[in-house]
Design a protein around this ligand. Structure first.
Ligand code: GLN
Length: 494
């Protein structure tokens, strides 16, 4: 295919956003619909349909999500070295459609197989679409953060719709229909991406690294497709046995660190410093996601066991609210947070990225303190206020907005081009560890008593949330204290 537009024609766009961003926005929106639709169903489905104990379901949830995000590193790596971003996205999207169709056919019988397809598919899709957003901008374009904020809103429109609809359909109609919906929506995502091709010029066509000759490259591509299919049964096995997940998590992190360390030896000193700064962001984001991601695990069970069904007087599904309120608030407040940064920048008061990350942790601490405080609003049956709970998801959202879209953007700023896919993969790998630890934390919070009452569960989970609030506060303070040092490593990057 001859690229119709050149890179500079794309990057020299007028106005606030490049038009290509909208295509990526919608494609990612539908992908996240499908992803969060499925994620919101997992723990509930495991406990109520697969009859797993809550503790096991928490661990299993953590394992699934850990693998999803761990594969983003693999997906980023293969995009950088062999496939390029575009082919990676098509391949990942197709695997996700197949995974959803498998689940739609018989979710109980093929649960782990369908999930394994989705894990590998997301790995090829998720990091690479984010890196493509970064590629729409020149290195020094100040509009990049705004682009990522918009993209992040798209993520959350999808997450909101999928997170509410799928669990609702599953609980009230049929789980097959819920999973069939994710398949349809994922197909729309792939078709949307296909339509964007003519506007993308050379972006994503070739990997960041120098290419081998054409025939060798074809074989490497086939090997990547074949290898990713072969790995599916292995993952299926590993996700269903969480102790295998433990071994995987113990090895993948150190290995990737070694790999990035080796890549760093080939960089200039300036690039090395920037990559070191990127690693600080990545390491702290592990802690952030470990707490934040209680939402799909322990908070999902908390919602099912301990939350009332009235939100501002309206009758709603508490699990649906847990799955989607955060996204709703992101969509509502992302523009406001953007404006606050711009207003502060005008007064020369805008905090730098490190301090923004630190603020993210302070919001996280406040939110977990509110989750803890829900125990003071409970009735004798251990059912507490959905309003108070939802106010915590509002506060946590501000924390996320200080960290997550900015994290995506900073990865694309701090990484040299041949390592952009890998570093975006590292960013999401941190989420993998976060998810994994989230599952462990959630399992540790479950009430040890057999046949625990709703009140026992309330006390046990909220005690856990109080502890997390304390840790988040400490992390925030440490990060803010480290800000001057990390800023030095970042050089001219803000
Ligand atoms: N909610 C965001 C998304 O789905 C961030 C997820 C993450 O990095 N853990 O893209």
């Amino acid at each position: 295919m001859t690229p119709a537009l050149s890179l500079s024609e794309i990057q020299d766009f007028k106005g606030k956003y490049p038009k290509q961003l909208w295509w990526l926005f919608f494609s990612e929106m539908w992908e996240r619909f499908s992803f969060y639709g499925m994620r919101g169903v997992l723990t509930f489905f495991m406990v109520n349909q697969l009859m797993m104990a809550e503790r096991t379901a928490n661990l299993q949830y953590g394992a699934t999500q850990a693998f999803v995000y761990a594969f983003t590193f693999v997906g980023g790596l293969f995009a950088d070295k062999i496939l390029g971003f575009r082919k990676s996205l098509f391949w990942g999207g197709t695997l996700m459609v197949v995974g959803s169709l498998i689940l739609a056919t018989d979710p109980k019988a093929y649960f782990f197989l369908g999930i394994a397809f989705n894990i590998v598919g997301t790995g090829f899709f998720k990091p690479n679409i984010s890196t493509m957003v970064g590629a729409l901008y020149k290195d020094d374009d100040v509009r990049r953060d705004a682009g990522f904020s918009l993209f992040y809103s798209g993520i959350n429109v999808g997450a909101l719709l999928g997170g509410y609809l799928c669990v609702y359909l599953g609980k009230n109609y049929s789980w097959n229909v819920a999973f069939a919906l994710t398949a349809v929506v994922m197909t729309i995502s792939v078709l949307t991406f296909a339509r964007s091709q003519r506007l993308m010029g050379p972006i994503g066509l070739t990997p960041g690294h120098a290419l081998p000759d054409a025939s060798k490259r074809k074989w490497m591509e086939y090997a990547t497709y074949g290898g990713s299919l072969l790995v599916i049964p292995v993952i299926m096995n590993m996700v269903s046995k969480t102790d295998l997940t433990d071994y995987f998590m113990y090895t993948i992190g150190p290995l990737t660190l070694l790999y990035v360390g080796w890549e760093m030896t080939k960089c200039t000193p300036d690039e090395r410093k920037k990559l070191a700064a990127a690693m600080v962001f990545i390491l702290f984001s592990i802690i952030f996601w470990a707490f934040f991601e209680q939402s799909g695990g322990s908070l999902s069970l908390f919602a099912a066991n301990n939350l009332g069904d009235r939100l501002l007087g309206l009758k709603v599904d508490p699990n649906g609210v847990n799955n989607s309120s955060n996204s709703f608030f992101v969509i509502l407040f992302a523009p406001l947070v953007g404006l606050i940064w711009v207003a502060l920048a005008k007064k020369k008061l805008e905090p730098n990225t490190v301090v923004k990350f630190g603020l993210g942790f302070l919001f996280l601490a406040a939110a977990f303190w509110i989750f803890y405080a829900t125990r003071f609003f409970a009735n004798e049956q251990g059912i507490t206020s959905l309003n108070v709970f939802t106010s915590a998801t509002l506060v946590i959202t501000f924390g996320e907005l200080c960290l997550s879209p900015i994290g995506l953007s900073i990865m694309t700023k701090l990484s040299p081009r041949p390592l952009q896919g890998v570093m975006m993969g590292m960013w999401f790998l941190a989420s993998a560890y976060g998810q994994y630890v989230a599952g462990l934390l959630g399992a540790g919070m479950t009430s040890p008593a057999q046949n625990a009452s709703a009140m026992d569960k309330l006390m046990s989970y909220t005690a856990g949330y109080q502890t997390l609030a304390g840790y988040a506060l400490v992390a925030g303070i440490v990060l803010i204290a480290l800000a001057p040092l990390v800023r030095k490593l970042m050089g001219e990057v803000k």
